[in-house]
Ligand binder design. Structure first.
Ligand code: NAD
Ligand code: MG
Length: 352
């Protein structure tokens, strides 16, 4: 299921505007299938870059009139694919295999099948014919940022990768596509489908979405179980996380240590490794292995085929966690304070 690339295959070539040759995309017709977060941003940025774009949507899609109102041509996914040279799949990952099956007959020799995430290709949920190029152009940000950066004259960093190079021009075309959506204005990193998928899944499971929320909930529960007030526990373990992450984002871990008190720094340096200890590291390695050997992918595919029973139950459980009940009204209070921050301080009630 997974290819066995050696670590040195994980290259870090970075490309900017001058490196891309627009001629590889500017005379092509690009079908953008889906008009959600990524779809609308790719379609509009390509269109503004002078590329002929056709959006492919189901006839009953509520996005259809929206895409037309945005000045784009819209047709069904199979008609869009039939007329296109390049077909970018921006419907949800779990739906892509069915959409691929529906449009596959419209692919001609030398066409390109493109993705913004490598899951379905890497885990063989989609198997394109050998007579097309298969590439990736994946902005490292949500679609509304990709569109906003572009409209402001900038761009969002992006990844490109080549899985199958039938024409010999696959990489040049992927880079030209990345340029047309604004990526080279910020920097385009060359990667592989395997590296993009495995790092993306591991990151969201172990650190970003899974790891951080579990850390927050454990911290919250520890304080509340010890008798502290839920509101204090919420602020300490969830709300303040943003301040710390912002500091790390701006100036690295060192910049964060510099900004917090010496007491916080000493406490963190001496206690951090006791919380996230070797056992956690072993768990991370186990999670990475399930990503690498395809076990996670198989589980997620069959979970979807079964109608998402575990997903639905875990989602409900998470929504019912006390930290969510405590947090909602506190966040409302915070929004109100932000809106009124330009008011006379005397009008803002003191927090007691
Ligand atoms: P989304 O859920 O925002 O949009 C999906 C679009 O597909 C919607 O317009 C929906 O109406 C349409 N759609 C659904 N079913 C369809 C069908 N059967 N036929 C035609 N259209 C259909 O999706 P997204 O978040 O933009 O994700 C698209 C791709 O981009 C995925 O591969 C995802 O992994 C990748 N990606 C997303 C982000 C992000 O931040 N959202 C970032 C990088 C890559
Ligand atoms: Mg075609």
């Amino acid at each position: 299921m997974t290819d066995t690339n050696s670590p040195d295959e994980f290259t870090t070539n970075v490309y900017y505007g001058d490196d891309a040759d627009a001629s590889y995309i500017e005379d092509e017709t690009v079908a953008v299938l889906g008009y959600g977060s990524q779809g609308h941003a790719h379609a509009l940025n390509l269109h503004d870059s002078g590329v002929d774009v056709v959006v492919g949507l189901r006839e009953d899609s509520t996005s259809w009139p929206q895409a037309e109102a945005d000045g784009l041509r819209v047709t069904t996914p199979d008609d869009a694919t039939a007329e296109a040279d390049v077909v970018m799949f921006l419907v949800p990952d779990t739906i892509q295999p069915a959409v691929f099956e529906a449009v596959e007959d419209g692919l001609e020799a030398g066409n390109t099948v493109m993705f913004a995430h490598g899951f379905n290709i890497h885990y063989n949920q989609i198997q394109p014919p050998e007579y097309v190029d298969v590439t990736m152009a994946a902005p490292k940000g949500p679609g509304h940022i990709v569109r906003r950066d572009f409209e402001n004259g900038g761009g969002t960093p992006a990844l490109i990768a080549v899985y199958q190079d039938y024409t010999g021009d696959a990489k040049a075309e992927a880079l030209a596509y990345a340029q047309a959506i604004g990526g080279t204005r910020a920097g385009v990193i060359e990667t592989t489908f395997r590296e993009e998928v495995e790092t993306d899944l591991f990151g969201e499971q172990a650190v970003l979405c899974g790891g951080v929320t579990a850390l927050v909930k454990h911290g919250y529960e520890t304080l509340v179980d010890a008798g502290y007030s839920p509101e204090m526990a919420y602020f300490e373990c969830l709300n303040e996380l943003k301040l710390i992450v912002d500091l790390m984002y701006e100036d690295g871990i060192g910049g964060m240590w510099y900004s917090v008190s010496d007491t916080a720094e000493y406490g963190g340096l001496t206690r951090g490794d006791r919380i996230i200890d070797e056992g956690v590291r072993e768990n991370m390695e186990a999670v990475l292995e399930e990503v690498q050997n395809g076990e996670f992918a198989r589980e997620w595919v069959s979970e979807n085929q079964a109608g998402r029973p575990a997903y639905t139950q875990l989602k409900r459980q998470d929504e019912e966690h006390e930290i969510e009940q405590v947090g909602a009204p506190l966040r409302d209070l915070f929004e109100w304070e932000e809106e009124s921050s330009d008011k006379d301080p005397a009008e803002v009630p003191a927090d007691d």
